[in-house]
Design a protein around this ligand. Sequence first.
Ligand code: AN0
Ligand code: CP
Length: 313
Amino acid sequence: MKNFLSIKDVPDLGQLLKLANSIKKNPLGTPNLGKHKTMVLLFFNPSLRTRLSTQKAALNLGMNIIPMNVSQGWNLEFEDGTTMNLDKAEHVKEAAAVISQYADIIGIRTFAELENKVLDYEDRVINQFVKYANVPIINLESAVLHPLQSFTDYFTIETYKPKERPKVVLTWAPHPKALPQAVANSFLEWMQKTKYEVVITHPKGYELAANFTKNSTIVYNQKKAFEGADFIYAKNWSSYHDYGKIKSTDPNWMITKEKMNLTNQAKFMHCLPVRRNVVVENTVLDSKQSIVIEQAGNRAVTAQTVLVELLNC
Ligand code: AN0
Ligand code: CP
């Protein structure tokens, strides 16, 4: 694996899953694989899980880690051919080339700005780093995708699935802030590589980009969608078509105990952070059906799996 930007970088999903299973069993099995290797983590946006789980994964492999909060005072230029006489201090062309001399791997977190759809969906920040860096790049959630999260989601579902072809429901849930579509887009990309029955449910106006929904079933009636589900994956996203807008905050879309009772004792999943009693009722999050903590725990396993793949390349 050269980079880890999306599922398209994974040559063999079965083999990746196998490696993740063995790392889960024995995370300290190769403590020197990353010895004298350095990973630089660039955060244009904050993170709890991605930041700590990627660091933990690297530590298990003996790597050195240098995290940097880029947004705090470092304004990079991503436009080619501009005259840089305004607020941008440095072009990504120099920054990426320089960081590549200090790093063996670079991880980048850069959220969608939710103002200009075309610009966000070009995923320019991460793609410019891929273009100008000379080392592998890991996507720590870009404007469009969050593959480390989706790999974790897939790995977690594989661990808990009660049958070979579980019904997995991706449900929109309310949120007071406009959030990116990256987690949902990426989740669908990974789910489409499986044999699972995948159903998406959201209010009208929240349709995701067609290249991510592809031939997944969309059911606008949330309760109907929940019937017989083995996994409920909740996530808020802002509108894709009316880009970045909040079209609904309808509390009737919150995940409740009553709705979970319509499922096949489904496991409740969420990438976190989650707003209690807005996205999901306390009673669901605190029930045995919720596996969000185990899911977040698996972030360290899948991050380590990706690092092993990149280091072995
Ligand atoms: C972000 C998002 O929705 O993309 C990060 C999730 C992993 N969510 C929030 O910032 C609440
Ligand atoms: N799920 C996830 O990526 O969380 P953080 O934003 O805390 O990294």
